[in-house]
Design a binder for this molecule. Sequence first.
Ligand code: C2E
Ligand code: MG
Ligand code: MG
Ligand code: MG
Length: 292
Amino acid sequence: HADAAMYQAKGAGRSRTHFFSQELLASIEARYRLVGQLRAALQEGAFTLHYQPKVNAATHELTGVEALLRWTLPDGRSVSPAEFIPVAEESGLIIPLGQWVLSEACAQARAWQLSLNRPVPVAVNISGLQFTQPEFVQQVRGALEAAQLSPHLLELEITESMLVPQPQQASERLRQLRELGVRLSIDDFGTGFSSLSYLKLFPVDMLKIDRAFVRDVTTDRSDVAIVEAVIGIGQALNIQVLAEGIETQQQVQTLLDLGCPDMQGYHFARPMPADQIQAWITRWSGPDAGQG
Ligand code: C2E
Ligand code: MG
Ligand code: MG
Ligand code: MG
């Protein structure tokens, strides 16, 4: 509480302590305000989803899209999920927010399937708190049913850090989701310090190589070695591998040479509103396919 914190800071008698307490208080207040703003934003429909294409750079196929959350402020500015997802997690607001993302993404995927007359698989990022909710599997099933979307057109992106603390429980959860028919991928793969032996325990369909290993892959031998190793694991365990954060044609070529045609990144497309995806697909798979 504000008064108590101020009192304690003064009671400590040192200006240093006082200073830090003030700062802490300010950050707590800022967080508290942000939680309120997030809650209001959810009610007012200020969240939207943008979608970033995932492609096979060898065949020039669109293999799916990833849904990425956007929060638009009343003044039109957009706040990055990197800023508000951690706060949404701490406050528990990620549960209704994540639920909204799931429903919205499934509905959009179904709408594309009908309007484009082709399946457009959609990937949804799942937070740790969401993943461990007892109701999570039921919520995923509910979102699929409400949208009348076939489960194999939904992919859930989880991270290593969600699997490490309680591997047995996580493994069971993944098995339940698999049973439902959805696809599972490990996002930011290689950054989570998980043991590779875990992959035996976790039934996943795809590893997304983090863009940290892609950035310098055209020049850095150790990045090449890491990417090669992940591709090797993928082949051995029959898990698809995708490279994230592709920004240049040289990176495309290097990854093709290394045997990793599945890619995603600004070189192909930035995340964009749903209504722009159709035009992008038409351009991408049209006569000029491959021009990025
Ligand atoms: P992520 O799932 O690893 O998503 C990839 C991030 O990299 C996205 O940032 C995307 O816009 C960005 N990106 C894509 N291609 C490139 C590229 O070529 N170069 C660079 N520099 N960046 C690229 P974004 O949209 O700001 O999202 C950040 C993170 O926030 C996501 O990382 C994900 O962890 C989280 N996030 C986004 N939407 C959701 C959501 O609906 N639920 C949850 N729980 N987390 C989300
Ligand atoms: Mg992701
Ligand atoms: Mg990622
Ligand atoms: Mg991430």
